[in-house]
Design a protein around this ligand. Sequence first.
Ligand SMILES: Cc1cc2nc3c(=O)[nH]c(=O)nc-3n(C[C@H](O)[C@H](O)[C@H](O)COP(=O)(O)O)c2cc1C
Length: 186
Amino acid sequence: MTFKVLAISGSLRQQSTNTMALRAAQDLAPGGMEIEIADIAALPMYDDDLNAAGEPPSVAQLKAKIRAADAVLISTPEYNFSIPGPLKNALDWVSRPPEPPFDGKPVAIMGVSPGPLGTARVQYHLRQVLVYMNTFTVNKPEVFIGQSASKFDANGRLTDALTGQFITDLLVSLRRLAERVAPRTQ
Ligand SMILES: Cc1cc2nc3c(=O)[nH]c(=O)nc-3n(C[C@H](O)[C@H](O)[C@H](O)COP(=O)(O)O)c2cc1C
């Protein structure tokens, strides 16, 4: 049975290095694992009135994709030492009833930055948010991909073998965690 992972990038731009890292994860996925990259660009800004009037279709679609996935992989940049607005917006939307799909969901996080710290600060903010959302988040390995200019080529392909190994280890840890928290019966 295929282990399905839904991936979310915290950056919306076309040349996003975080989206590049998710594409690398697709290539590196161990046997039996499939990674789909979600699109969060179409989500409206969170507005409780909008939610009360009926869940927007883009939100319902994202919630359904998260619900259908065995696990979620998030790769995010760091904006002003914290979570980029589009990613926080997406998390806020899907955290609301009915049936918030992150409840009990195994999640792995990583991030890419041009600087040396590789999103270390935002990852701890993101972990805090995920605590409230009641996910099971992979603790190790922590995947901080710094100095991004030297890790991807002009076509957006990951060229750094050590980073590739970290991403592979993260995916293996994600599946192992998912098996521990939600053992498969078939
Ligand atoms: C509003 C804004 C705030 C930023 N703040 C930080 C920061 O606090 N720390 C950091 O390492 N990089 C910061 N950056 C630079 C991002 O790390 C950089 O734009 C990164 O490449 C974005 O990831 P992406 O390639 O996936 O779009 C910031 C960028 C923006 C647009």
